[in-house]
Design a protein around this ligand. Structure first.
Ligand code: FAD
Length: 440
């Protein structure tokens, strides 16, 4: 537990700004937690959610079980609001819910609270953030100018709204890393888009028929890859002809290796189960495989690249891209951001989370100070605040938005006093720059 006290006066809020709501981008777990904190502080806000439902991204991977138990998944401010209505935490001690359970048993009731639900705008995607009358280059009076957000509705209509502050909790789930090890979309990708699936397909449910009796390559070395491999391993036992290859660009998949030191046993179990599938031959590992091109082969797909500097290729019917995610920064082109060169996280946060240095459990508590940009009143929070670092945990995000809400309220003692207890891990230790994905 670390405690810091900062009594530096914050930028005064102009009269005009004070009349405007805070805008929260995204009604995922962190956007809703930000809302709960603002409710407690009596600050007006609007949430724009691109999807038609609460926590749209979590719902897409809702068949997947999280590895944190309930006690690490519920935001304290949200819990207070919910418990006041008679809600009880669905907490079987040590039990980790699926994404769907997280949504149905916690996030939907939270979003249904009138003080939050009445402020969510579903089917409205924020496509650009700027300041009224101020492109990125204008400085005079900038801090007093309202934020201007451009919003695209599902029917294509585009509107603009103003805000006193912006909390961007839009996550990274819809912007996966490309398959090529260069970080670019592999050459030829346009011809195979129908054969490459987004991370975490519902292999044993809705997507079963696509995978049954077919050859799949899972690309990526993190927990998303492990989840898909485990599901495909089960399918392979039930459906003859189902074949599974695991392509990783590093010499080993250390991030999903099981560790007795992981205080989240469900996360460690992912590693154990994946190791068993490899040892039993159900999953074939192709390590050190660097993809540069892809091409169609009849109904299938060929991955072309190098392995230990020699030309190499892999053929399959389908590829699952589980290479992790990156933040969508296009919509923030007119905002003055200060991001780390490597992980694309806020510069002061980045050293605390760089996967080259830190494990899943070692992030220090942090709040508005680490999340501040040269653009006063703009904050990246949640999964998106970690940029390309794969180690984000909800408990971290809940503390972020508590501190940010306090800052918006001008409550500097509360904003500065950050505290966080995260479970430790023996899984995701420093690996000298191997990259890859941990919690993603
Ligand atoms: C399979 C999996 C398992 C995980 N397990 C755990 C775990 O056990 N413990 C843990 O602590 N963490 C876990 N995580 C990590 C993390 O907690 C989750 O990814 C979590 O969903 C992040 O919450 P978020 O609110 O930041 O982003 P998201 O859940 O991605 O929510 C972002 C929301 O913003 C919306 N949106 C996106 N763009 C826009 C836009 N431009 N305008 C308006 N709305 C937009 C999306 O539709 C979405 O609803 C897991 C992640 C995955 C993928």
């Amino acid at each position: 537990m670390v405690t810091m006290l900062d009594l530096t006066p914050r930028v005064a809020v102009s009269d005009r700004l004070a009349t405007l709501p805070v805008v929260i981008i995204g009604a995922g777990p962190i956007g809703l937690a930000a809302a709960a904190n603002l409710v407690e502080r009596g600050i007006d806000f609007t949430i724009f959610e691109a999807g038609s439902r609460v926590a749209d991204a979590v719902q897409v991977w809702g068949h997947t079980r999280l590895f944190s138990p309930w006690k690490h998944l519920v935001d304290p401010a949200s819990r207070r609001l919910l418990e006041a209505t008679g809600w009880v935490i669905p907490a079987r001690e040590g039990h980790a819910p699926t994404g769907r359970e997280l949504v149905n048993d916690y996030l939907v009731p939270l979003a249904d609270l009138p003080e939050i639900g009445s402020r969510i705008r579903f089917g409205q995607r924020v496509v650009a953030v700027s300041r009224e009358g101020m492109d990125r280059t204008r400085t005079a009076g900038r801090a007093q100018a309202p934020f201007l957000l451009r919003v695209q509705h599902t029917d294509g209509q585009i509107t603009e709204v103003t805000a006193r502050a912006v909390i961007d909790a839009s996550g990274t789930y819809t912007s996966p890393n490309p398959l090529a090890s260069s970080g670019l979309t592999p050459l030829g990708f346009d011809q195979v888009t129908d054969r490459v699936l987004h991370a975490l397909p519902d292999v044993l449910g809705a997507d079963r028929a696509r995978f049954a009796g077919r050859r799949t390559i899972v690309v990526g070395a993190g927990h998303s890859a492990a989840n898909t491999l485990i599901a495909l391993g089960k399918l392979a036992r039930e459906e003859p002809g189902t074949r599974v290859t695991w392509a990783i660009r590093n010499p080993s998949a250390r991030r999903v290796t099981s560790s007795p030191d992981d205080e989240l046993p469900d996360r460690a179990k992912l590693g154990t189960r994946t190791e068993r599938l490899v040892a039993s031959g159900v999953v074939t590992v192709v390590d050190s495989f660097e993809i540069s091109r892809v091409e169609p082969t009849g109904d299938g797909i060929r991955l072309i690249g190098t392995r230990r500097r020699e030309p190499a290729l892999l053929d399959a019917d389908l590829v699952v891209n589980a290479t992790g995610f990156r933040p969508d920064l296009d919509m923030l082109r007119e905002v003055r951001l200060e991001l780390d060169d490597i992980v694309e996280a806020p510069r002061r946060l980045a050293p605390l989370i760089d996967p080259n240095v830190h494990s899943c459990g070692t992030v220090e508590p942090h709040g508005f100070r680490e999340l501040t940009h040269p653009e006063p009143g703009f904050f990246l929070v949640g999964m998106k605040s970690y940029g390309r670092a794969p180690t984000f945990l909800l408990a971290t995000g809940y503390e972020q938005v508590r501190s940010v809400a306090a800052w918006i309220d001008g409550d500097m003692p509360a904003a500065s006093q950050v505290a966080l207890t995260l479970p430790a891990t023996g899984v995701c230790s420093a690996d000298g720059g191997a990259g890859g994905s941990c919690c993603s």
